[in-house]
Design a protein around this ligand. Structure first.
Ligand code: HEM
Length: 256
């Protein structure tokens, strides 16, 4: 390629892009988002190789892995470099700590088997953050990817938790819109009060609604939600009126 630098780099880029698609087809379709071909993962590193990129003096650079995907976080040197608040995440895959906030040695692990489906959703949000913010380097051979860069059974399991978590999240968000939380206040003189308005529970809407106690199967206690249709609420066994408060009242005083 000597003397034909531009043509040569274009060819190399095209070749590596097609190789990357060949070797990481699933990767591409699952988590690529709006990534360009230059950002496709290229390298396979083992954890020992990854540890050489911890940003310490004499290290090869600053990489960090999450869910087995490696990113060059050099642009975030203030966070990940020596003295940075998140330096301990450099040179390793500490996926679990992104959710637990446990930055001790035992907490900085890629074993995410203790996470709930909703926590797995939050972890993939972090993955998306790194994909959008930093340059992709490749994959770590180990818990999430095999020596050939294919997803392990463990990753497939985590992905099934992700799907479950996304469904749960959608359901919860739907419920939050249908039953937004009430406004509430308490004073020693007047005691507690819950009420509904066209904005409560972080939801702006065209209806005011009436306060009801919402019970969840398997959970103890209830929370106050605003319900649009007072009569329909009567048919829902999980919704209960407040004692001493009329069916159509938008505000209820809490009786001890
Ligand atoms: C589970 C707990 C937490 C995790 C895993 C976490 C992780 C991170 C990471 C990885 C970054 C760097 C992001 C980047 O590359 O730009 C960051 C930035 C930051 N974190 Fe946290 N964090 C946690 C809790 C907190 C808490 C409790 C606070 C505040 C009291 C906080 C304050 C900040 C701030 C202010 C930045 C941005 C700093 C800047 O841009 O200069 N974090 N966090």
């Amino acid at each position: 390629c000597l003397g034909f630098d531009i043509l040569c780099s274009a060819l190399v880029a095209m070749l590596s892009a097609s190789l990357a698609v060949l070797f990481f087809p699933r990767q591409w379709s699952l988590y690529s988002g709006s990534k360009s071909t230059q950002e496709l993962p290229r390298r396979l590193l083992n954890s020992q190789e990854l540890s050489l990129y911890d940003g310490e003096v004499g290290s090869k650079g600053i990489y960090l892995a999450i869910l087995g995907q490696v990113f060059d976080v050099h642009n975030g040197i203030k966070h990940y470099g020596p003295g940075g608040a998140y330096h301990f995440m450099a040179g390793k895959d500490a996926s679990l700590a992104f959710i637990t906030g446990d930055f001790t040695e035992s907490g900085l692990t890629d074993d995410v088997s203790s996470l709930s489906p909703l926590q797995v959703v939050a972890l993939f949000d972090w993955l998306l953050f790194y994909q959008r913010t930093y340059q992709t380097v490749g994959l770590v051979i180990g818990r999430f990817y095999s020596k050939s860069g294919t997803p392990t059974k463990f990753l497939l399991h985590v992905e099934s938790l992700l799907a479950k978590g996304q469904q749960l999240k959608a359901k919860t968000e739907g419920e939050m819109l249908r039953f937004p939380a009430c406004n509430s206040e308490w004073s020693s003189a007047r005691g507690g009060r819950v009420w509904c308005s066209t904005k409560s529970g972080g939801v702006e809407r065209s209806w005011t609604g009436v306060p009801r106690k919402l019970f969840h199967a398997g959970a103890s206690g209830s929370r106050c939600v605003c319900v649009e249709d007072p009569s329909a609420a009567k048919e829902n066994p999980n919704l209960q009126e407040y004692d001493g408060c009329s069916t159509h009242a938008v505000s209820c005083s809490l009786v001890e």
